[in-house]
Design a protein around this ligand. Structure first.
Ligand code: GDP
Length: 356
């Protein structure tokens, strides 16, 4: 599964957030045969559509999609120079598919800040500088080989030119993810700052209701997405029954827990989307990549479904919801037969037809 790597300076609330995520873990309940690693938290992707489908189809159970987070401990200034855990840290980030950077916004004077003051902007700069420096090293190491390869026509010359363009971006102190540069020719380098980013601002409860402050923080990271939460509150919410948790959230002016927001935005940042299946046994969300076509989507259920794909009987959730039943949706002409070139849309409710 694709994963989001959680990074951030010490004492910003990573462990508090990660513990809340793992307490929320669905693995044990729904996926008994999955291996659980201590630094991986797997949470449900909240999807109210599944409850409605279960109602329509009389499903016995609901299986949401999941989102995986990996706790990547140990970034410090100088990580790119291989200090302390630096090398291991960078290797762990390399394996993550997107980066979730936790930034401290809470004031609490009892919790020491590594740099002495709480400053989201300078914290982000510290982390991002390490990623940029690590990428510069990677590129500088590869450049002589790319240059030779271009000269002797043993390598695609685009590798050399792209590496130079990427280096120029990094030299300006910018993350590669902040540019439109096509890095495909040098994909093999696994550049860290090219990964999709989201920022989690761990702020005090009061700040969650202060829209001016939130906008200010969001502007710091745009166009990357920001999630605002109070890690301490989140870890308390986890222990409450659902209705009490919703009440507490409402009292803070929130409609959704920070963890749920993080799951949704994280899933989206990974480039993923879901389609839905429903029947008397279960209503279920399946994870695919944005842009996947119907046969690939079928393959997520079973490889035989992809190989023997004939058609996908498809209705949008909105149409099915409005119709109230599959029969009514069909009668209203809302159910389509899609072929192998159909690009899946978020919220498609599907039944595949296939040869075995
Ligand atoms: P990490 O080093 O980034 O993993 O940070 P921790 O999760 O261990 O948190 C460091 C300290 O800050 C702990 O004492 C936490 O209880 C505290 N802390 C974490 N999140 C919050 C928060 O949202 N508000 C306050 N006031 N304290 C927090």
């Amino acid at each position: 599964a694709l994963t989001l790597g959680i990074v951030g300076l010490p004492n910003v609330g990573k462990s508090t957030l990660f513990n809340a995520l793992t307490k929320n873990s669905v693995l044990a309940a729904n996926y008994p045969f999955a291996t659980i690693e201590p630094n991986v938290g797997v949470v449900e992707l909240p999807d109210p559509r599944l409850e409605r489908l279960a109602e329509i189809f009389g499903s016995e159970r609901i299986l949401p999609a999941t989102v995986s987070f990996v706790d990547i401990a140990g970034i410090v200034k100088g990580a790119s120079e291989g200090e302390g855990l630096g090398n291991q840290f960078l290797a762990n980030i390399r394996e993550a598919d997107a980066i979730c950077q936790v930034v401290r916004g809470f004031a609490d004077p009892d919790v020491v800040h590594v740099d002495g003051t709480v400053s989201p902007a300078s914290d982000m700069e510290t982390i991002n500088t390490e990623l940029i420096l690590a990428d510069l090293q990677t590129i500088e190491k590869a450049l002589p080989r790319y240059e030779k390869g271009a000269k002797h026509k043993t390598l695609d010359p685009a590798m050399h030119s792209t590496a130079l363009e990427a280096k120029a971006v990094l030299d300006e102190g910018k993350l590669l993810s902040s540019t439109k540069l096509d890095l495909e020719p040098i994909r093999e380098l696994g550049l860290l700052s090219a990964k999709p980013f989201i920022y989690v601002f761990n702020v005090d409860e009061e700040v969650l209701g202060d829209s001016a402050k939130l906008e200010e923080l969001a502007a710091l990271v745009a166009p990357a997405k920001a999630v605002f939460l109070d890690a301490k509150t989140e870890s308390e919410l986890i222990d409450l029954p659902k209705d009490e948790a919703m009440e507490l959230l409402a009292s803070l002016g929130q409609e959704e827990s920070g963890l749920d927001q993080l799951a949704r935005i994280g899933f989206d940042t990974l480039g993923l989307q879901t389609y839905l299946t429903a029947g008397p046994k279960e209503s279920r969300a399946w994870t695919i990549r944005k842009g996947d076509k119907a046969p690939q989507a079928a393959g997520v259920i079973h490889t035989d479904f992809e190989r023997g794909f004939i058609k996908a009987e498809t209705v949008s959730f909105a149409d099915l919801d409005a119709a109230g039943s599959m029969a009514e949706a069909k009668a209203a002409g809302r159910v389509r037969m899609e072929g192998k070139d159909y690009v899946m849309q978020d919220g498609d409710v599907v039944e595949f037809r296939f040869n075995v």
